[in-house]
Design a binder for this molecule. Structure first.
Ligand code: SAM
Length: 318
């Protein structure tokens, strides 16, 4: 869909559950001719979310059915369809995205440009085809954890951000540890293209970008080991990737994991413990939990064949 055509646009809205919103936000294979935005409608009621689909054409019955199919819990609701006259739908879809501040970082859209705090760093990240504007607790929790590591005086030489989305966490790593080699990967080629554009837009240089499923990739192997491994994906893929992420971690590496609910923490921690990693810290953001682990004293060597179970992520019942 052309993202830069001002003029009439349409908004289709339906209620949804948090699980549906997370699935939509995280889906890497969703093909739909609309920009999808999910919003928590009622603070303190995690189940009441809303899906807004922005289109640059009037939705036909097939498009309405496609949008409806994304939120089965709303099967009894008629979608609200609103025509937004002579406005730029991209700006509209981002109108609610206020800048977020986390540690020394501020993340903003062009519609809400802000200056960085003193000694801080601002990143311009537009909402669009990749996940990671900083508004989600998993991303902001990772930003906070990275900032806290720097405040504590930790230094890293080689950093990898697996499942980079918009590239934001990789960019934060380059700001905190300018001398580090930084690698950012995603299974979704669109996310890597978005990260490439975001790097240019933010003057970030030197981040090596790879399209890869997890860490089983020759280019990642060649760049390993990493003394900081970041992965904000989802609990299912994180569990299934434990051996490969542990294997690319240097001895005593810091591993930051997010995308898991607090209720999934035990399963994720157990999967990494089986690969020699120890839990050293957590940051709770509502129902979401960010983990900080330490890699084993020696580099982990995976046993057995690669097990892709759980790669579908959000559908996995942990
Ligand atoms: C929840 S988003 C996080 C994006 C960003 N890192 C952030 O913190 O905002 C998860 C990202 O992981 C990517 N992803 C999902 N499965 C993956 C896999 N098996 N290997 C690599 N990336 C994956 C998705 O395409 C998506 O961009």
């Amino acid at each position: 869909m052309s993202a830069d055509t001002p003029g009439s646009s349409w908004k289709v809205s339906l209620p949804c559950t948090r699980a549906e919103a997370e699935a939509i936000d995280s889906a890497s294979d969703l093909v739909i001719d609309a920009v999808l935005m999910t919003t928590e409608e009622v603070e303190d009621d995690v189940e009441r979310w809303r899906l807004d689909a922005y289109l640059d054409h009037a939705p036909d019955a097939a498009m309405l059915a496609t949008i409806h199919a994304l939120v089965p819990s709303a099967s009894a609701h008629d979608p609200s369809v609103e025509r937004l006259d002579a406005q730029d739908w991209v700006t509209l879809s981002q109108a609610g995205l206020e800048p977020i501040r986390e540690g020394r970082f501020v993340v903003h859209t062009a519609a809400h440009a802000v200056s960085p705090p003193p000694g801080g760093r601002a990143f311009l990240i537009e909402a669009g085809q990749a996940f990671g504007t900083g508004h989600h607790g998993t991303t902001s929790g990772c930003l906070a954890m990275l900032d806290a590591l720097a405040v504590a005086g930790r230094r890293f030489e080689a950093v990898i951000d697996v499942g980079t989305g918009t590239g934001l966490l990789a960019f934060a790593a380059t700001a905190l540890w300018p001398a580090a080699r930084v690698v950012a990967t995603d299974i979704d080629p669109v996310a890597i293209a978005v990260t490439h554009d975001n790097a240019a837009r933010n003057g970030v240089e030197g981040v090596a970008l790879y399209v890869a499923d997890g860490a089983r990739d020759a280019a990642i192997d060649a760049a390993a080991p990493f003394d900081l491994v970041i992965a904000n994906i989802l609990a299912g893929p994180l569990v299934s990737m434990a051996p490969e992420l542990a294997a690319i971690a240097a001895p005593d590496a810091v591993i930051v994991l997010a995308g898991l609910l607090e209720t999934q923490r035990e399963d994720v921690v157990a999967a990494y413990a089986a690969c020699g990693c120890t839990l050293v810290g957590i940051d709770r953001r509502g129902d979401w939990t960010v983990l900080q682990l330490r890699g084993g004293a020696t580099r982990y060597v995976p046993e057995g064949p690669f097990d892709p179970k759980g790669r579908d992520g959000w559908a996995l019942d942990l």
